[in-house]
Write a protein that binds this ligand. Sequence first.
Ligand code: SAM
Length: 255
Amino acid sequence: MRVDVISIFPEYFAPLDVSLIGKARERGILDVHLHQLRDWARDVHRTVDDTPYGGGPGMVMKPEPWGEAIDAVLAADPAAQPRIIVPTPSGVPFTQKLAMEYAAEPWLLFTPARYEGIDSRVMAEYGARMRVDEVSVGDYVLAGGEVAVLVMVEAVGRLLPGVLGNAHSAVDDSFAPGAMENLLEGPVYTKPPEWRGHEVPEILLSGHHGKIARWRRDEALRRTARNRLELLAALDPETLDKHDRKLLSELGFPA
Ligand code: SAM
C-alpha cells in the first residue's frame, strides 16, 4: 500500500520508522511518502494560513498550497487515484471497520491540518473528482491532525497482509468483524501463574480449549457491558448463543 501525508510537520511522523509499521516499510508492504506543505507556499515566509472569512478566532489553512500539494501527489501516478482522508473532529468516526476498508485500498492520501482546519473548498474540489473522507479519531480536539494520521496509519498498517506475526491475531481483537464485532476483548495474562498474590484464572491453565474460549467470550461480554453499553446494544442478536443470552440477562441486559 502507498501512503502519502502532506503536513507542515513531516517530522511528526518519525514513529512510522519504529516497530511493526517500521518493519512493514522496510519490507516494502507499506510505502510512505511525507511531504512538507510549505514547499507549495508562494511567499517568502512560506505562509499556509490566513484569517477566517466571517471573522472569529484562529486561522484557516489556505486552499492554494493544499491544492498544489495534492495535485503534485496525484501526479505521482496519474493512472490511479488515492482515497483522500482529511482528519477532523467533525468527521465520521474512525472505527475498526473503516480501518479494514482502508487496508483494502492501494493508495491513501492523508491531509492533517493545523489551526482551525483547511479551507472547505479544498474538500469540495477533490470530493467532486475522487473519494474524500473527513474522519475523526475521537470526540476531542487535538492541536493538529498529525497524531490522528499516526493513529490511522498504525490501525490500517497492522491489518495489511504479512504485517502481524500471527496471521490470526487481528481476528480475536476487540471490534474485529465476526465473533468480536461490537465486543471488547477480555483480560489477558502471562507467566508467572501468581504475581503479588494475584492468580491467573484457573481455567486458563486447564488446557481445555472449549472452556477457555467460552470463558474468553464471557469476559468479553462482561467487559463490554461494563465499559461500552452502546456497543452491547449494537450486538447482533443472531450472533448470540444460549449461553451469551443467559449471561447478558444475569448482567441485567436481556438480549
Ligand atoms: N476548530 C476545529 C473544530 O472545532 O472542529 C478544530 C481544529 S483542530 C485545533 C486542528 C486540526 O487538528 C484539525 O483540522 C484536524 O486536522 C486535527 N484534529 C483535531 N482533532 C481531531 C480529531 N478528533 N480527529 C481527527 N483530527 C483532528
